[in-house]
Write a protein that binds this ligand. Structure first.
Ligand SMILES: Cc1ncc(COP(=O)(O)O)c(C=O)c1O
Length: 378
């Protein structure tokens, strides 16, 4: 229910969304130019976006795809993962990560996470390895990198592939290298709540030209080169996971202001930090900017998470709860006692309003409401 429609918020107070995209005149202008060009499909504008992503991330190659999920699936298949293989996936992630493994015909093996950044715990990887393990799929949740040194060294020691879920990482890095460029391949997402969004969309980053070519043919009906569309050669089986010129235009316009966007998110973090200082029972999760972490959203932890979310909703402030741990979802159900950290984190985690359009006085409205909740009780 929308509280602004129930009168719970009051006439002058607009509902604050958890996230809303920022689509300005530059987007409209670029999209209009694609429409005028008459070629809406995956083409030159998609190639321009791929080039821009390569410049931005330092990746040797980038391939536009229809979603982050498709990017993960294509990366896994291009790395040789398939039926009979096991892939290690952290228990705290959006379910798309595991679903991409299923789509590739492989089996997800869940691993508990580290409490501080919700990334796959390298110390728990050893006990999850079997002769069938083929790849590790670390997720960099909310712009905080997994421990890539440890993960890459385990992968090297056991001959495993590493596919990074970099869906939430635009602008974030690990030891000065962009997330998504450290493993064999990494998938970005341009879904609706991302820093750059095309509604749906994504891209794969890789430094390996063979992986790039394999992804290109898999995403476009098994052909590397498009001719007339009628007399093309299709040497292998492929699918349709393309990113269109229309979508690429939307992304390119937003990427023109990527610096402003990442700076705004860091400012949001600072405003929240000041506004929430000293509240007992609530912890704002820190970002280490110097090490390359980059917030996509602002996150807090509190044992009273559900009550806080309801209280804020009554004040016209929308939030987003952390995902349920994957081991509790029916397709990936596993033993509760194997995931103590994931269970604790997912019970208490909440993402606060974090839009690139959010203004300082709106952050103040959120932090004052949170202060009121903890001082007076709900
Ligand atoms: C961590 C994570 N992995 C994978 C995905 C899947 O991306 P998409 O929605 O673009 O398929 C998302 C976002 O939706 C995500 O947040």
């Amino acid at each position: 229910m929308n509280p602004s429609k129930t009168g719970a918020v009051g006439p002058s107070k607009k509902t604050i969304p958890w996230w809303e995209p920022s689509i300005g005149p530059k987007v409209k202008d670029r999209v209009f130019r694609v429409i005028e060009s008459g070629y809406l499909n995956d083409g030159e504008v998609t190639a321009e976006l791929e080039k821009r992503l390569m410049e931005l991330t330092g990746s040797a190659h980038a391939v536009g795809v229809s979603s982050g999920t498709a990017g993960l699936f294509l990366s896994l298949v291009a790395c040789g993962v398939g039926p009979g293989d096991e892939v290690l996936v952290p228990d705290v992630t959006f379910i798309a990560t595991a679903n991409a493994v299923s789509l590739a015909g492989a089996t997800t093996v869940l691993v508990d996470v580290r409490r501080e950044d919700f990334s796959i715990d390298p110390e728990k990887i050893a006990e999850a390895l079997t002769p069938k393990t083929r790849a590790i799929l670390p997720v960099h949740v909310n712009g905080r990198s997994a421990d890539m040194d440890a993960i890459l060294s385990i992968a090297r020691a056991h001959g495993l592939k590493v596919v990074e879920d970099a869906a939430e990482t635009l602008g974030a890095s690990w030891k000065k290298r962009s997330l998504g460029t450290l493993g064999d391949a990494g998938a970005l997402s341009f879904a609706s709540s991302k820093l750059v969004t095309t509604g749906q969309g994504g891209a794969v980053l890789t430094n390996n030209h063979k992986v790039r070519d394999r992804i290109k043919e898999l995403k476009d009906q098994g052909r590397l080169h498009t001719g007339t569309g009628g007399d093309d050669k299709h040497p292998v089986v492929g699918y349709n996971f393309k990113l269109t010129n229309l979508q690429a235009a939307v992304a390119l316009a937003q990427l023109e202001e990527i610096e402003e966007r990442t700076t705004h998110l860091r400012n949001l973090y600072e405003w929240y930090r000041q506004g929430l200082a000293g509240i007992k029972g609530l912890r704002l999760l820190p970002f280490d900017f110097a090490s390359g972490q980059q917030p996509q959203w602002i996150d807090v932890m509190t044992p009273r998470r559900d009550q806080l979310a309801e209280f804020l909703l009554r004040r016209g402030i929308r939030t987003r709860k952390f995902w349920f741990p994957l081991h509790t979802q029916p397709p990936y159900r596993d033993r509760e006692d194997r995931f103590p950290n994931a269970s604790a984190v997912c019970r208490e985690g909440l993402w606060l309003p974090s839009s690139v359009t959010l203004r300082r006085q709106e952050v103040a409205r959120v932090t004052e409401a949170i202060r009121e909740f903890f001082l007076k009780g709900s």
